[in-house]
Design a protein around this ligand. Structure first.
Ligand SMILES: [Cu+2]
Length: 106
């Protein structure tokens, strides 16, 4: 009985860690990012999901967190992890009005 209780505890704590580790998702439907800003911790990743009907090219030139995903076809997603603390301006190179801010904290 005691063994069973311990076993259940391990499973439950494993599940909650998994839930916490799930990435936040940014959608791109209608040529807009689904959030204007998002806060994450250093080293964590955001999943950029292109659920639009056109390609997007997400990138950032913010120092310490530069990246360029290239052309991202509809129906695909890419995880981006952020290495440095600070405000990261994220853009789409194809659609100048698509902008968002990622705030990376310690
Ligand atoms: Cu775009």
């Amino acid at each position: 009985m005691r063994k069973l209780a311990l076993f259940s505890l391990v499973i439950l704590s494993g599940l909650s860690v998994g839930a916490l580790a799930a990435n936040q998702i940014i959608h791109q439907q209608g040529r807009v990012f689904s959030s204007e800003s998002m806060t994450i911790k250093k080293g964590e990743a955001i999943t950029f999901l292109n659920d639009d009907s056109v390609p997007h090219n997400i990138m950032s030139a913010s120092k310490g967190n530069e990246f360029n995903l290239g052309s991202q076809p509809p129906g695909t997603s890419t995880d981006v992890s952020f290495k440095d603390v600070g405000d990261v301006q994220v853009l789409c190179a194809i659609h100048p009005r698509m902008k968002m801010m990622v705030k990376v904290t310690d």
